[in-house]
Every structure is written in structure tokens, then in C-alpha cells.
Design a protein around this ligand. Sequence first.
Ligand SMILES: [Zn+2]
Length: 344
Amino acid sequence: MGKKTKTARLLAAPGLRRVLSTALPWEGVLILNYHRVGDGSRSIHDRDLWSASSEAFDAQLAFLKTHSDVIGLDDIESALSRRGSRHVAITFDDGYLDNYELAYPLLRKHRLPAAFFIATGFIDEPCLPWWDEIAMLVRTTTVGQLDLPEWIPGPLLLRPGERAGVIRALLSAYKAAPGEEAARLLDSLREQARCGSNVAPVAKHWMDWKMIRDMAANGMTIGGHTVHHPVLSRRSLAQQRAEISGCAARLRAELGQTMDYFAYPVGSPDAFDERTRQCLQDAGVRLAFSYYGGIATRNSPRYDIPRVAVAARMENHLFRAMAALPQFFCRRSDGLAESVEPSL
Ligand SMILES: [Zn+2]
């Protein structure tokens, strides 16, 4: 058990947590980030994408409703301009179908707002995203090892119990690969895994535009997350611009709204750069959200508003400690407990 989990257990007593929270005040907006809700424990896709079971998400919302002031993205700028304000915001990345089927009904039940950052290409042409395809290829292949020495030294052995580690190594290599290298890595993996006909259909993987419009009409905020979810900083200026303005154009066409908010794919400090910020400015984006921990404060740069990951392996104690004492549990760069965040 990690140090943070142990400390969070010590803080399980609500009275103690309340005393500490009053004695050690924090200021700003704690912006939580989710990807998927439900049970991913047997999925052939990237299991790290599940942020909470339905039951855990329900309990988290109930806790936030009672103990926090949850605001929507439209209220973040004014909240940050006021001294001493303390708020929580809820965000989801990518556009998975379970966001609509499982998370959205719970948000409505608790009457809480959330924001959904959509990679529009997945909605327009449903396909497996690179992270889910990498996980699926490694989990379903019948070959005993993979050799991708250009990106990862040594053979990748696929013995029982080792596939999760291989998936993680491949995802890191993919995220670090510049330009077309990432696509070449995935092509090599497809070839070696020889899954051809095993490729799972992607029906019911993503929301559709009707669902997204329904959420937008009922108090949820819709933001941009590019078209194809590349790591922007690894792409040329022209590609970055196409990913950002293309996403904005699809949101405008389908929802009749401007892309005021944007979340960087992967969201680590090196996943976006000065060129990205220029493209966002040209597209009229008001706030852009990163994903490596920290509390949003009035000093947060407009195009690097911090968010923290919620992970399915997180116990209730830790979630509550995070929400009450984020200055200790949601520090910038080390993200959260035990590096369980998927960083997508
Ligand atoms: Zn994402």
C-alpha cells in the first residue's frame, strides 16, 4: 500500500478530515478527470481507462454534493478570480459510450454539472483508439513474444501475468514517438501480433452526436479533445492546427457552439507546446486543461489549467481525502496516489 493510501485511511474519520480541512485551507478549483465508468476488469481494451465503477462514481458524487461546491466550467474563471474560494469541477475525456449510459444518469440524479471533452473523429467514424488497440492486440495475440527493437529494446515476452506490463511499455513508446513514428510502431505491432480476423468490432465504444447533444441540452459542457487524439507536441504545426480547428469545426456543426474549452490528449507537460497554444488562441479557446495533477488557482496559466486523475483502484478513503485536502493529495506532477492514472 502506498503512503498516500495509508495517510488517507488515517483521515477516514469525517471529523478529523473536517478539522484538518478547516485548519489547512486551500484555495482554487480542484478539477477531477475521469475517462470511463463501469467495470473494466475483464476488458481486452486499456483497463487503466476505467476511473470508477458505477457504484464508486455514485458514492463520489454523493460525497462531493455534500462536502464540496461543484461548479461547471463556465464558472471557473470567476471562481479563480475570487480570493478564498474553494470549488470542485468534474470532467471526462475522450467520449466513451459509458459516459452517456452510466455517468450521465448519475450526474443528473445528483444534479451535478460535468464537462465532456470529445475527440470528434471517434464519434464521426467509430474505431478503436490507439491505446485500446494496443491493449487489444497484446491481450488477444497467440504469439509468444513481440520484437520491436526500434522502440523497445529486447523481446517483449507474453507470458501469463506479463501482458499488462507489455501494454504499458508499448503505450509509453507510442506516446514518445514523433510524427509518423507512432503510426509505424502500431503497424509493426499489428503485423507481429497477427490478430487480423480477431480485431474486435467497435460498435458501442463511443457516444454518438445525438447523445452528446442531449447532454449539452441538459446542463453538461462539451469541450474539444482534437479529432484523432494524437500527442500534439509530437506533430507538425500544420497537423496540430488541423486537429484543433477540425475539432472546433465539428463541435460547431453538430452542437452549434464554439469550442471554448479544450483538453490536451495525454495532458502531460510535454504533450503540448507553444505551437499548440498558438493554435488554441487562433481557434478562440478560452481555457485549456492539462492532466498532471495540481489545483487550479488564479496563477494557473489559461492554457495549462491543472486536473487530477480519478482511478478505479482508488479507495473511497483516498477519494475523500483528495476532495477535502487536495493540497496534500493532488500535487502537481506526481499526480496522485501510486501513479495509477492512465494519462490519456
Ligand atoms: Zn484523451
